[in-house]
Design a protein around this ligand. Structure first.
Ligand code: GLP
Length: 265
């Protein structure tokens, strides 16, 4: 795992977008795993701007989202289908047929989960999985005690997650209590993971996820087992980390980051 700390939220978002753009330019057929949530809104706005200003091309890209609420159709304003159209897909030249999210309205949820896994496999797996982290330490909706080997499945949401996400609903009590989510095992099979976390409300959980022991209580700690994970943080989200000087040194010195440093990121 590599950790990169940037001064501000904007700088962290710009760096994460530049990493995604570099992957997309290198592999136009990139299979991109996508996340939702407030953190991602700024990232998608930046990618949309790069499409407008720098012709960042999504025409051949394929996307798979991590999760979807059970019981919300694609036109419900709080569904992740709607979120993705609204924040990214509408603003870039991606072919809607190449975008995938679990169907939260499926009659047979277990069959839908199996279908989703098969679909990911049919594209040769995810090349780059973008993630953030929930207050409960979840990635996707892999709530505490999610098996490290779990696959796409139905998951009950914790009261903490419900408290975190229900204010986004017009009527908070209408937030679904269950979701379909890629499993931790599904996520760990991605070629590369990129986690973006910003803001002081995440500082404690980031420290546990990055420097704490690997535990299914914090599913993000599973990323410590992944061979190629980059975590990009702003100073606020990095506040509780112990090894900040080392992480800063990595960005300033490692050749991998040189093109980004030269680009003023
Ligand atoms: C939801 C998503 C997660 C995301 C989390 C963070 O719970 N299922 O994938 O990481 O929100 O949300 P926010 O960025 O709003 O803090």
């Amino acid at each position: 795992m590599q950790v990169v700390i940037r001064e501000t939220k904007d700088a962290a978002v710009r760096l994460a977008a530049a990493v995604i753009a570099a992957a997309l330019r290198e592999t136009p057929h990139l299979v991109l795993g996508l996340a939702t949530g407030r953190t991602m809104e700024a990232l998608y706005a930046r990618l949309a701007a790069m499409h407008q200003e720098e012709r960042l091309d999504f025409s051949l890209a394929v996307t798979f989202n991590l999760d979807e609420y059970i019981g919300l159709g694609p036109d419900h304003k709080n569904s992740y289908h709607y979120y993705m159209r609204h924040h990214l897909f509408q603003h870039v030249n991606i072919d809607p047929r190449n975008t995938h999210l679990p169907d939260g309205m499926a009659r047979d949820i277990a069959a839908e989960c199996r279908r989703y896994e098969e679909r990911i496999r049919s594209f040769g797996g995810i090349d780059l999985q973008v993630l953030s982290i929930g207050i409960s330490g979840h990635i996707g909706f892999n709530e505490p005690l999610s098996s490290m080997r779990s696959r796409t499945r139905e998951k009950a949401l914790t009261p903490q997650t419900i408290a975190q996400n229900s204010p986004l609903f017009d009527r908070p009590e209408e937030m679904p209590r269950r979701a379909i989510t890629m499993g931790v095992g599904t996520i760990l099979e991605a070629g590369r993971c990129l986690m973006l976390v910003t803001g002081d409300t995440k500082a404690a959980v980031v420290a546990k996820a990055v420097e704490g022991p690997v535990t299914s209580m914090i599913s993000a700690t599973a990323l410590q087992l992944h061979p190629d994970t980059t975590v990009i943080l702003d100073e606020e989200a990095a506040a509780d980390l112990e090894n900040k000087d080392y992480y800063r040194w990595i960005f300033e010195n490692e050749p991998e980051w040189q093109p980004y440093r030269e680009a003023g990121l």
